[in-house]
Design a protein around this ligand. Structure first.
Ligand SMILES: [Zn+2]
Length: 251
């Protein structure tokens, strides 16, 4: 045995034990994150959710979180809710919840998922460029899938970390993603409900961002007439708005 081999044989167990310690630390870290995610999903640390029945005009501009779920809607991520990423001005949150209540009456078979909103108190909300004033909201695009009888039925796509809670879902030019299809009627009904409820809370829908090629699919639906007067952004935004759409409200 030469000197080198002896040195290697000597270093190797030490290296192995260092790797083992590192492995254990990494595992512990992952377990800690998973535990924090679970805990936050179960009991939000930073979110006080809006209760529409207790809404008062005096608090219209104070920040409130959207409820994590309701009869016909839910947040894309319970974890993000726990982190406090679903805050809006009270009036914006109220208009959104009231729109869901309206839809529960008019279209009880539709179910909606909302996306990112903003921080309590507003300010820079990474990675978004807007969402700073409690007046911007993201919604996941309602989808259909083909049922057993070949008819299209409302789908509930699964939003998780792998598809970045829906933000990585890319629709093709025909509004398709895997076996899902853009549900133009459900999306139009949602925007129409927002347009209707916003003025009750001293707001109006200022602008909607949805990718122009997909907007054509919405315009092709006769129910699009309900959205007359709504402003849609004409150009492509910096980030694809296909798996979700963005709504700016204004006072
Ligand atoms: Zn947005």
């Amino acid at each position: 045995m030469n000197k080198n081999t002896i040195a290697n044989a000597d270093a190797s167990p030490r290296k192995k034990s260092a790797l083992r310690t590192l492995g254990r630390a990494a595992l512990g870290f992952v377990a800690l994150i998973a535990f924090a995610a679970l805990a936050l999903s179960a009991k939000p640390l930073f979110s006080e959710s809006l209760d529409l029945k207790k809404y008062i005009v005096a608090k219209a501009d104070a920040y409130q979180a959207l409820p994590v779920s309701g009869p016909n809607f839910k947040a894309a991520s319970r974890f993000a809710h726990g982190l406090g990423r679903y805050y809006l001005r009270g009036r914006t949150a109220a208009a959104i919840v009231a729109a869901y209540a309206e839809l529960a009456r008019t279209h009880p078979d539709y179910h909606y998922v909302y996306g990112e909103m903003g921080w309590k108190g507003g300010g820079r909300f990474r990675p978004h460029r807007t969402h700073r004033q409690g007046l911007s909201a993201d919604f996941m695009t309602p989808m259909l899938k083909t049922g057993r009888d070949g008819k299209a039925v409302p789908a509930r796509p699964f939003y998780n970390a792998l598809n970045l809670w829906g933000y990585r879902i890319r629709l093709d030019g025909q509004g398709r993603y895997k076996n899902y299809q853009l549900d133009a009627k459900a999306m139009i009904a949602h925007l129409a409900a927002l347009k209707k409820t916003a003025p009750r809370f001293g707001l109006r829908v200022e602008r909607v961002i949805f990718d122009p090629p997909l907007l054509k699919l919405l315009r092709a639906d006769p129910s699009f007439a309900q959205l007359r007067g709504l402003a849609f952004m004409k150009n492509q935004a910096w980030f694809p708005h296909d798996g979700h759409y963005h709504v700016d409200f204004a006072r």
